[in-house]
Design a protein. Structure first.
Length: 263
């Protein structure tokens, strides 16, 4: 069991389709103890309590944009574990503009700032809170979930593209500081389009899912495989991988054209 004896915090498990949900299940299968967290509104909408029961894990609600909530999350997690954590998953993203169907050329800027705060700045807030509380062990691992729209144009992904670019930049910048100070590594995983509740909320998602599946030599990477990749990054097998954006997309990110698209 590659995570035996490790302790971690998993954010963003909404329902059984969520990548974070799969990560939580796999972490426990591989010997880890976990704490689950999500925003109170997401906890009311989702099914996190059933996951908590299955994983024998406490649920500590936290708005990831609130420093007070994050401090409470990490303090209570350390109390529960009797010490520091070894890994953290940031699986948080939300765009009001996308939800409301606003065109990219007609964005509401207050909503845009909210999108950045929830989807990217929360990653910095998490790490800064951990830093100040000294909440993660040396050689720990922090992972955020990203998407290739950070580098390429996917029009319907709208301002979430900038959010993911910011998320990846924060991982690199904080990765330097955490690596230098505590040998903690910080990475992002750029995942294939995935049939999650959040993913299916994006306009034209089903059609694009099919396109990406045909474009990728291996096909789209499923949520279960992404969970396995997260576990590899949490484990001691990747101790010297840090400040990277790692594509987990069946080869999509390197393709130019696939004849399968024309069939």
């Amino acid at each position: 069991m590659i995570l035996k004896g490790k302790k971690g915090i998993i954010s963003g498990a909404l329902d059984s389709q969520s990548i974070a949900w799969k990560v939580a299940e796999r972490c426990v299968e591989e010997g880890a103890q976990i704490v689950l967290t999500n925003a109170p509104v997401a906890m009311r909408m989702g099914e996190i309590n059933s996951l908590a029961e299955k994983c024998q894990a406490p649920v500590i609600g936290a708005d990831a944009t609130s420093l007070e909530d994050l401090e409470n999350l990490f303090r209570k997690s350390m109390e529960h574990f009797g010490g520091k954590v070894d890994f953290v998953l940031h699986s948080i993203g939300m765009s009001v503009n996308v939800r409301k169907g606003k065109a990219y050329t007609d964005l509401n800027y207050e909503w845009m700032q909210k999108t950045f705060d929830v989807s990217a700045i929360s990653f910095h807030k998490m790490m800064q809170t951990m830093w100040k509380l000294d909440a993660i062990n040396d050689w720990g691992s922090i992972v955020g979930l990203s998407y290739i729209a950070a580098q390429r144009v996917f029009p319907d992904y709208s301002e979430m593209a900038e959010s993911k670019a910011l998320l990846e930049s924060i991982a690199r910048s904080f990765g330097y500081h955490y690596g230098t100070a505590k040998n903690v590594r910080v990475n992002t995983i750029s995942q294939s389009p995935t049939m999650t509740t959040a993913g299916k909320g994006v306009k034209g998602f089903t059609e694009f899912f099919s396109y990406a599946d045909k474009m990728s030599p291996l096909g789209n990477a499923p949520a279960e495989a992404c969970a396995d990749y997260c576990l590899a990054l949490f484990s001691n097998l990747t101790r010297y991988v840090t400040m990277q954006n790692l594509f987990h997309d069946g080869g999509f990110s390197t393709m130019g054209m696939n004849p399968a698209i024309l069939e």
